[in-house]
Design a protein around this ligand. Structure first.
Ligand code: ATP
Ligand code: MG
Length: 254
């Protein structure tokens, strides 16, 4: 049975989409079967994989609105599959029209076919995030080493606890997979200080792997590629491959 991981942080621009694509590629590189799900209405994950968001025939919103089966919306790439987001050129519905169980219902149909399902979410604390968390086993929280980072982590942990209350009723758990330090500037003394502060606060939850600031990670989506495909030996590629290994080893040691 595949593990569903939501990538989330209400703070914008911290590397959620970058992590979803490149961790997905890293896990795929380790022969894991991976499905990426683009739940952010900006569709950055979809665009970053080279798909023209204006010309998607069927996407996640057809699925959530019961107009398509999940198997009909999945697009296959070399290292992973993708449920693309087609909200950008459709009118978004208001939150009240979605049921929190909706995404889980669809993912449960394919959960057996994958080792990992990674859900990219936007910085909005609405029903789309609730749906993602309800469908998930764990949450990966990417964060920059900046002064306001702790707020994002704290808000996410409160949210996870609230959704855990609902998941208890269906005898499932939602845990923190880990806090991932991203866009780390190793020339900045303050970044080291902030990294230590974050480790002090959430001690054993911080991944050993740190994602440094990298131009390859910025360039890859403009080429419609993950960083392993753009430059396998780059630092960004190496770090996301290490993160994939860390996640896999943890699972094997459980
Ligand atoms: N390690 C990194 N080094 C350099 N740039 C990075 C790194 N990670 C992400 N970026 C860049 O930072 C910007 C924000 O990253 P990304 O889109 O992944 O964040 P996000 O959390 O998904 O944002 P949003 O909240 O808007 O969805 C992008 O331009 C991306 O290319
Ligand atoms: Mg994003």
């Amino acid at each position: 049975m595949g593990q569903v991981i939501t990538i989330a942080n209400p703070k914008g621009g911290v590397g959620k989409t970058t992590t979803t694509i490149n961790l997905g590629a890293g896990l795929g590189n380790l022969k894991q079967k991976v499905l990426l799900v683009d739940l952010d209405i900006k569709a950055n994950l979809t665009i970053g994989l080279g798909i023209d968001r204006e010309n998607i025939e069927k996407g996640i919103f057809d699925m959530l609105l019961e107009k398509a089966n999940i198997k009909d919306v999945i697009v296959s790439f070399k290292k992973f599959d993708l449920v693309p987001n087609n909200c950008f050129h459709k009118q978004a519905l208001s939150d009240s029209l979605y049921n929190i169980e909706e995404l889980k219902k669809h993912l449960d149909k394919v959960k057996d076919e994958y080792d990992y399902i990674l859900i990219d979410t936007g910085p909005v604390m609405g029903v789309l995030l609730d749906m993602a968390l309800y469908a998930s086993d764990s949450v990966l929280i990417p964060t920059e080493c900046q002064y306001f980072a702790y707020d994002g982590i704290k808000i996410m942990i409160n949210k996870i606890n609230a959704i855990q209350g609902l998941k208890t009723k269906i005898q499932e758990n939602l845990v923190v997979e880990g806090i991932l330090l991203t866009k780390f500037d190793n020339r900045n003394v303050f970044a080291y200080e902030m990294a230590e502060n974050i480790k002090d606060i959430v001690a054993n939850k911080v991944f050993k792997t740190i994602i440094n600031y990298s131009s390859h990670l910025q360039e890859a989506p403009s080429r419609g590629k993950d960083v392993l495909s753009l430059s396998y030996n780059s630092i960004g590629s190496r770090e996301y491959r290490l993160l994939a290994k860390e996640i896999l080893e943890r699972k094997e040691n459980k």
